[in-house]
Design a protein around this ligand. Structure first.
Ligand code: GLY
Length: 377
């Protein structure tokens, strides 16, 4: 019997599998698709807990803990896998194109500071000295120095190789159902047969709410939220910082590609790239950096974020013994990979649930969910 079966081979599932395998647990990972695809592949890899709109202090604390884990995490993965995931702490620029926006940013900067951001207000000349491709007529920016990025596609490769090196088994099957008796989980049924397991972890991202066979009281209400993106080819190092444009952003990669993301659309399991989506992204990007107009668009893609009703993920034990949730990370799955892996492994291996209470999956059944939109103050 596999001790643990993880459903979902995205970064969250791979991170949990790797952490469990490091602690000596026998793990199987099951996915409908290739590992490290879907949102894990589609994301931009921003590690930006101060710039992101987080619903509350519990989520901010979780995100900050995970950000602090990254330097050691990427070193450990490089040692295991040989893959450099290009962790870069170049900070985030929130650019104001006019004085009214700059005044708003000065207020936002206080919030970022209170939340732990290392923030400086920069004038036009300072901003343009750092990032010459930005609009010459901008008014200034708020710069959050302690935010970072990783190349999430490389992070996927690193985790996959690290899991393989630790003996994690992988299975691919689109047709998966949880099997349980009146008391607890028994394992998973696939087209290929039955895989018994002591613990099943649902890390199925946007599909986490769809897993068949889960009793209603143990379900997690995760829904897909589409994000479209594109990449522009720039000369290497033509930009360094993340540039934040409300919900949209520019993310410069080491290879010269500039990622432009992302739309936020509730339209079910629809991961198409649309004309309206590209229009929206290019509009925002060219407003803040008109010099991008002459460069080539080299890639477009879309992914489905796993949304949760209150903006917090579902982490921990459910109403069904042996069935654990690790899903609903919405815009912060890449950032939250190390801390999610640690907390879920602490739970499964040592029975410890420290830090998990605000993320309890049971809050869904208990009706304790409120829609979250407020920036942490
Ligand atoms: N993490 C940014 C996004 O989901 O678009």
């Amino acid at each position: 019997m596999a001790e643990v079966v993880v459903v979902g081979a995205g970064l969250i599932g791979l991170g949990i599998a790797f952490e469990l395998a490091e602690r000596g647990v026998e793990v199987t990972v099951l996915d409908r698709d290739e590992p490290a695809r879907a949102a894990s592949w589609a994301g931009a890899g921003m590690l930006a807990p101060f710039s992101e709109e987080l619903p509350d202090d519990a989520m901010l604390t979780l995100c900050r803990r995970s950000l602090a884990m990254f330097p050691a995490y990427v070193d450990a993965l490089r040692e295991r896998s040989g893959v450099d995931v290009r962790f870069r702490r170049d900070g985030t620029l929130h650019v104001a194109l006019d004085d009214a926006r700059l005044a708003e940013l000065a207020v936002d900067a206080e919030t970022y500071r209170r939340n732990g951001g290392e923030v400086a207000m920069l004038g036009r000349d300072d901003v343009l000295a750092r990032e010459p491709l930005l609009a010459r007529n901008l008014s200034g920016a708020a710069f959050v120095a302690n935010e970072a990025q990783v190349d999430n596609r490389r992070l996927g490769r690193a985790l996959l190789a690290s899991c393989a090196e630790r003996g994690v088994r992988f299975e691919r099957d689109a047709d998966v159902a949880l099997e349980c008796d009146a008391r607890r989980v028994r394992g998973l049924r696939t087209r290929h047969g039955f895989t018994p397991a002591r613990t099943v972890v649902n890390a199925a991202g946007a599909w986490a709410g769809e897993l068949a066979g889960v009793p209603p009281e143990a379900r997690v209400p995760v829904r897909p939220v589409a994000g479209e993106m594109l990449a522009i080819a720039l000369p290497r190092n033509a930009m360094r910082a993340l540039v934040w444009l409300g919900h949209r952003y520019l993310v410069p990669r080491d290879d010269g590609r500039l990622l432009v993301g992302a739309t936020v659309d509730e339209r079910g399991f629809d991961a198409r790239v649309t004309a309206a989506g590209l229009h929206d992204l290019l509009d925002a990007a060219l407003a803040v950096a008109p010099a991008l107009a002459g460069f080539a668009v080299v890639e477009t893609w879309a992914g489905l974020r796993p949304g949760s009703p209150d903006g917090r993920p579902f982490l921990g034990t459910t109403a069904l013994e042996g069935y654990v949730a690790a899903a609903g990370h919405f815009r912060n799955g890449i950032l939250l990979t190390p801390i999610t892996a640690r907390l879920i492994a602490d739970l499964i291996v040592d029975g410890r649930s420290d830090g998990l209470a605000p993320f309890a999956p049971g809050r869904a059944a208990a009706g304790a969910l409120a829609a979250a939109t407020n920036h942490v103050a």
